[in-house]
Design a protein around this ligand. Structure first.
Ligand SMILES: C[S@@+](CC[C@H](N)C(=O)[O-])C[C@H]1O[C@@H](n2cnc3c(N)ncnc32)[C@H](O)[C@@H]1O
Length: 290
């Protein structure tokens, strides 16, 4: 197994792009995190911006770390970054050499083949990272059949085999238990004194037909309510719990018994002619800031 001593002077950060990534919010949400806690849990891991930042600041030293997400291709990639970075990088170098429009669409189409799930997991991990680095905006989207369907992005020189990022991430992950599971399973591991940070798919700012019927993450109103129940149960257990979500009446009403903080995020907004703007979001927590 790859193992070198952590080098906190050189921070590590996500090895993939991820929609809803928290990099732009770190300076606002980290001061709202508890100064002391036992173990760390992040059940909506995505690109892991928060985990990698906490690790880089040395705040997870000597702690048990539990990272999870429901996306099995994502978790498979994390497991190989952790266990097998050298082999993964050598696979990615092959992708880098072969990268072209035809190669992208050929690689994208592989999950349509019946034996795709029998592909060696390391090769699936490399395919996942390659598609993430070369697709439009690093988006992860599958169609109703579960096939990846994001078009190719227009990058001049995508960093497909980012050795430094992968080795650093690997180092950061050595102490982590990484699982593909639903957020509800955090209840199996979290105990009093632990810190749990939730970053779910957000409740939408405006009600859309999409939301009430189907949305990409399948994270509907019922899941937001289930998440509230999990948040409350962890709180009753004596865990420190924080959650990012949208600044909406639904969320504020649901969590009214907790401490709701407003943070400002730079987001892409279609209705703004400049394409970007600041959007209010919430950071909800069950503990006092000291
Ligand atoms: C907003 S993203 C997290 C972004 C992450 N904090 C970052 O900085 O990149 C939400 C994540 O929740 C995951 N997810 C969606 N539904 C889930 C569920 N029921 N249980 C666990 N994870 C889920 C998605 O796969 C996605 O990675």
């Amino acid at each position: 197994m790859y193992n070198i001593k952590p080098n906190f002077a050189k921070p590590c950060c996500p090895f993939i792009k991820w929609v809803g990534g928290k990099r732009g919010l770190l300076t606002q949400i980290l001061p709202l995190f508890p100064s002391e806690f036992e173990n760390y849990h992040e059940p909506f891991l995505g690109g892991g911006a928060v985990f990698f930042e906490l690790y880089s600041r040395g705040l997870l030293e000597d702690k048990n770390i539990f990272l999870s997400d429901i996306n099995d291709e994502l978790i498979n990639a994390y497991l190989h970054v952790k266990e097998n970075p050298t082999k993964l990088i050598s696979e990615l170098k092959k992708y880098k050499q072969n990268h072209s429009k035809d190669f992208y669409y050929h690689t994208r189409s592989l999950d349509r083949e019946v034996n795709f799930k029998k592909t060696p997991p390391i090769k699936r991990a490399a395919r996942f990272i390659y598609l993430n680095k070369t697709c439009f905006n690093g988006l992860y989207r599958v169609n109703a059949k579960g096939y990846f369907n994001v078009p190719m992005g227009s990058y001049k020189n995508p960093n497909i085999a980012d050795e430094e990022a992968i080795y650093r991430a690997s180092e950061a992950l050595q102490n982590a238990t990484i699982k593909c599971q639903s957020f509800t399973d955090v209840l199996n591991d979290a105990t009093s004194g632990d810190f749990v940070y939730f970053d779910p798919p957000y409740y939408p700012l405006t009600p859309t037909a999409n939301f009430t019927s189907y949305n990409q993450d399948g994270f509907l109103e019922a899941e937001q309510i289930k998440l509230f129940e999990v948040f409350k149960e962890l709180s009753d257990r004596g865990c420190k719990v924080a959650q990012s979500n949208s600044d909406t009446e639904f969320i504020k009403e649901l969590y009214k018994a907790f401490d709701i903080n407003i943070v400002m995020m730079n987001r892409f907004i279609n209705s703004n002619k400049y394409g970007r703007g600041k959007v209010k979001e919430t950071l909800i927590k069950n503990y006092d800031f000291v």
